[in-house]
Ligand binder design. Structure first.
Ligand code: DAT
Ligand code: MG
Length: 151
């Protein structure tokens, strides 16, 4: 594996439920590195761009209304295998099917309110980071823990 970056967002339900620190903590304790973070209320048009792959699905309109209904925590996390493993930390799309121990498994109940988004592959990660952030928003730094996390 090599260093990679993924886009993670805490959706309006996660923010309103007071789960920001809980979710950030799971990525942080794992050993992944936070390189960008902001609070933003996306417009409906922006939500439609973010979810453009799903525009033919029946739930698309409600999904975009929901994402734009309040503050979202938009983040970029970096680390070896962070795209794929980030999805593991998050759990299955439908919280009824997410394993206990995952973010959705532990903290959410229904698919329409599953509290967190994570990029599903290298291409979408790049596209989503570019949609939500400017290149200069991403901070490059080395943490003291890295030599203990990676050896
Ligand atoms: P994920 O968020 O796990 O990447 P996805 O990209 O397939 O899942 O769908 C994006 C979001 O759309 C998902 O987090 C919740 C919503 N969604 C997906 N399937 C749904 C369904 N059958 N009914 C209602 N909302 C759904
Ligand atoms: Mg997805």
């Amino acid at each position: 594996a090599q260093m990679e970056q993924t886009f993670i967002a805490i959706k309006p339900d996660g923010v309103q439920r007071g789960l920001i620190s809980e979710i950030v903590s799971r990525f942080e304790r794992k050993g992944f590195k936070l390189v960008a973070i902001k609070v933003v209320v996306p417009s409906k048009e922006f939500a439609e761009k973010h979810y453009h792959d799903l525009k033919e699905r029946p739930f698309f309109n409600g999904l975009c209304d929901f994402l734009s209904s309040g503050p979202v925590i938009a983040m970029v996390w970096e680390g070896e295998g962070v795209i794929k493993y980030g999805r593991k930390l998050i759990g299955a799309t439908d919280p009824q099917k997410s394993e206990p121990g995952t973010i959705r498994g532990d903290l959410a109940v229904v698919v329409g309110r599953n509290i967190i988004h994570g990029s599903d592959g290298p291409e979408t990660a790049k596209d989503e980071i570019n949609l939500w952030f400017k290149p200069e928003d991403l901070v490059s730094y080395s943490s003291n823990a890295e030599k203990w996390i990676y050896g």
